[in-house]
Design a protein around this ligand. Structure first.
Ligand SMILES: NC(=O)c1ccc[n+]([C@@H]2O[C@H](COP(=O)([O-])OP(=O)(O)OC[C@H]3O[C@@H](n4cnc5c(N)ncnc54)[C@H](OP(=O)(O)O)[C@@H]3O)[C@@H](O)[C@H]2O)c1
Length: 282
């Protein structure tokens, strides 16, 4: 039987993991639907794809994941033009830091709309097609922040923990239909996420905040982590490798120190673990 190359739909392809994952899949012969909320920002992706010789296998479509109607239309168009979607990479997202007491509720809401409800809505739109074909793979880009709640990043941790719980339940629900659900949990990688997240923290901080000393340390630590962050292509390659597995696991923590941090939380006595984490902002 002459099977067509897999069709992969990825959200948030203007930069970072989304951009590199689109190129990595297309370079392996997959047909890629790269979605961006602003098609005017597709040039970096297209330049990279041209250099890799795979631009002909990438189609860009506009999708703001908070616009659920648009998500439905993108899925419909993808099914009409490509005959179905084999893999979805729910990647679009951002980090929001700040101290939980001080982050305005509206900021929490916007974050959850993107990092959680955006994933749920796009997945809901795609599932009838996947169930009808009896196959599919959903890869949700979570984070080490979906496994550890760090001080100064409660909103981000809340969004990624929600994604983790959702994905775990979904995996059980979809197993009988031949559809797999996977979580990729990266540590620190060098993408635009750091500059975007840091600017939001600064904007929200009140000058007379009781958390001001911790905030200074948080910003310094975050800046240092951003400087040491690894090459995001590592995550893109890992996503492609995971997609090639017949029976992928639920969770894939990736990156320097990620597994160690998860193990430390699981194995150390809680008081010791807590003391280590709290020392970060002292
Ligand atoms: N980099 C890391 O260290 C790291 C670690 C763990 C997990 N992650 C996760 O990895 C994913 C990708 O982040 P990244 O590091 O590659 O950062 P990035 O370079 O900032 O990329 C984020 C992408 O998401 C898009 N996006 C944001 N809100 C959107 C919306 N409402 N609708 C559609 N697209 C939207 C952005 O589009 P615009 O360009 O239009 O803003 C951008 O294309 C995120 O889910 C993030 O939480 C990153």
């Amino acid at each position: 039987m002459n099977r067509q190359p897999p069709v992969v739909l990825i959200t948030g392809c203007s930069s970072g993991f989304g951009l590199h994952t689109a190129i990595a899949f297309a370079s392996r012969g997959c047909r890629v639907i790269a979605t961006l909320r602003d098609l005017g920002r597709a040039q970096t992706l297209l330049d990279g794809a041209n250099r890799a010789g795979c631009a002909g296998r990438i189609v860009c479509m506009e999708l703001d994941v908070t616009n659920h109607e648009q998500a439905g239309s993108v899925i419909q168009r993808a099914q009409l033009e490509f005959g179905g979607i084999d893999i979805i990479v729910n990647n679009a997202g951002y980090a929001l830091g700040g101290f939980a007491e001080e982050v305005p509720i509206e900021r929490w809401r916007e974050l959850l709309e993107t990092n959680v409800l955006g994933v749920i809505a796009l997945t809901q739109a795609a599932l009838p097609g996947m169930r009808a074909r009896g196959r599919g793979l959903i890869i949700n880009i979570s984070s080490i922040s979906g496994l550890l709640g760090l001080p100064g990043f409660a909103p981000y941790a809340a969004s990624k923990y929600a994604l983790e719980g959702y994905s775990e339940s979904l995996r059980h629900e979809l197993a009988p239909w031949g559809i797999r659900v996977v979580l990729v949990e990266p540590g620190a990688y060098s993408t635009d996420i750091w500059s975007k997240g840091l600017s939001a923290v600064r904007e929200d901080a009140a000058a007379d905040s009781p958390y001001a000393p911790q905030l200074v340390r948080l910003l310094a630590r975050t800046r240092a982590a951003a400087e040491r962050a690894a090459d995001p292509r590592e995550v893109a390659e890992a996503v492609v490798r995971i997609a090639g597995k017949r029976l992928p696991q639920l969770r894939y923590p990736i990156g320097r120190g990620t597994r160690l941090a998860v193990l430390a939380k699981a194995l150390l006595p809680w008081r010791l673990y807590e003391a280590i984490v709290q020392r970060m902002l002292r």
